[in-house]
Design a binder for this molecule. Structure first.
Ligand code: HEC
Length: 445
């Protein structure tokens, strides 16, 4: 037995040795990995706070880089890649981690500077590319009083004609304070709204006791008092979540000449110092009418299905909660978003047929509040009618959870969908298309 283990280790050791270059150099070995996996966030005006673009940047941060990649903190990708794979999945292989570590141990050798590949042309202030239109959100001043703020913000925009939009991207101005946004779009009828900019652009949710009052305050209704069309959930942002841009034909919306984004809850997290935020919204037009607009449903907190047991998380315990829905029609799942707050420990979702066949959706073994991606599959995932989608969330309300906001731990619940960071949520959002034959072969990358 011992010999077998020795042999096994020996083989592993050999294979590790043979595939990691003996003398890694920045020019050939390291720069391509950094450009692919790190620079998209670690560049000016992006969320990564410091740059990883040049040899000097990487060398200067070498020790920190080794620490974060070995502990799989960077690049941030909490989903288990052995469970399901996603489009744009940003992870390092074991070999790449070993290679970078070796390069650092050997003194960060640059090689021939002339051969360092050119820094890619990253789109400025966007993850998706050069937008066709950039609309500023009204700047907001936040005082450093440690409390959350929830704002209702109107972002009006007028176009020369009715048109189609493929993608909408929220770009946070101050990534230290912007926590999340759920944004809808209001489509005004041209002759029923004279002044798009009437009312206040920003309403603090503490002033208005009903949503109708708040809508009035910010001028969301037509001039005759009638309600314009509200298109739900067109622009969302969560820490680290990148807007989705699907291949032509999937997703997208019609926009009128007069519209406004309605950032239904622009949530600013608690801040210690006074701060300003000026965020904006990037719009990418579509050439033609969306052939297959996306539909959405939401399970758990504020969603279609109850959480069992109710989300009341007792102190000093690790507790598991579930929610499920049985499908009445075949769907092609395109994008999913698991959501929990600070007590989240792990998240699992899968679909189960009546005979016990499983379709995997996502597993997040180590929940990280800071990285709540919208995950798009490489190809649509076909779930037939009759399958049940099961979602399981584990919450750690003990002192061992370093993110626990309460010392000592106390009972935490979802509080009717209060979005305060220190209340909890357990949600699974599914963006899908009605299934069509051949969907599972279509590439979403
Ligand atoms: C999706 C965006 C994103 C990507 C991709 C990314 N980072 Fe980061 N990185 C961040 C953010 C944001 C922070 C700050 C985290 C925080 O403050 O908690 C950070 C923090 C770090 C830190 C810690 C700095 C410190 O002072 O503690 C290191 C080191 C780091 N990143 C290295 C990397 C490396 C190496 C890669 C590529 C292999 C990478 N990152 C990819 C967004 C990203």
């Amino acid at each position: 037995m011992l010999r077998w283990i020795n042999g096994f280790c020996f083989i592993l050791f050999m294979s590790a040795c043979s595939s990691v270059s003996k003398n890694p150099l920045y020019e050939t070995d390291i720069a391509p990995i950094v450009y692919r996996s790190c620079s998209p966030c670690h560049r000016p005006n992006q969320i990564g706070h410091f740059n990883l673009l040049t040899y000097e940047d990487v060398k200067q941060n070498a020790q920190k880089i080794v620490y974060t990649i070995k502990n799989r903190l960077m690049p941030p990708w909490p989903a288990d890649v052995h469970y399901t794979q996603f489009a744009g999945q940003n992870t390092l292989t074991d070999n790449e981690i070993a290679l970078i570590e070796k390069w650092v141990v050997q003194g960060c050798k640059v090689g021939d500077r002339k051969n360092i590949p050119k820094i890619p042309d990253f789109p400025e202030r966007s993850f998706l590319g050069k937008p066709d239109l950039q609309i500023p959100v009204q700047p907001v001043r936040l005082s450093g009083n440690y409390s959350d703020r929830f704002l209702l913000v109107k972002v009006p925009f007028e176009l020369p004609q009715d048109t189609f939009v493929q993608s909408i991207e929220f770009v946070p101005g101050n990534t230290k304070v912007v926590h999340h946004v759920n944004g809808d779009m209001v489509r005004f009828e041209y002759d029923k709204k004279l002044n798009l900019y009437d009312g206040e652009l920003v309403a603090d949710m503490v002033h208005d006791s009903t949503i109708a009052q708040a809508y009035k305050r910010i001028g969301i209704l037509h001039d005759d008092g009638s309600a314009p069309t509200l298109v739900k959930s067109v622009v969302n942002y969560l820490p680290g979540a990148i807007a989705q841009k699907y291949s032509a034909g999937i997703g997208g919306w019609k926009v009128n000449r007069k519209n406004a984004f309605l950032l239904a809850d622009l949530h600013y997290g608690p801040s210690v110092e006074d701060a300003w935020d000026s965020s904006y919204i990037n719009i990418f037009f579509a050439k033609k009418k969306p052939e297959r607009p996306l539909s959405e449903f939401q399970l758990g907190t504020l969603g279609l299905t109850p959480i069992v047991p109710a989300l009341v998380i007792p102190p000093n315990k690790i507790s598991t909660y579930k929610t499920s829905v049985t499908l009445l029609e075949d769907i092609s799942v395109i994008t999913i978003n698991p959501h929990m707050h600070l007590l989240g420990k792990s998240f699992l979702a899968y679909a189960l047929s009546p005979t016990g066949d499983t379709i995997r959706l996502i597993h997040i073994p180590r929940w990280d509040f800071n990285w709540q991606n919208f995950y798009t599959y490489k190809k649509p995932v076909h779930i037939p009618a009759g399958y049940t989608i099961w979602v399981e969330g584990v919450f750690d309300n003990t002192v061992n959870n370093p993110y626990n906001p309460n010392h000592p731990p106390k009972e935490v619940r979802d509080n009717n969908g209060s979005m305060r960071t220190t209340d909890e949520m357990f949600q699974f959002i599914v963006l899908y298309l009605p299934y069509q034959e051949g969907d599972e072969k279509m590439s979403l990358e």
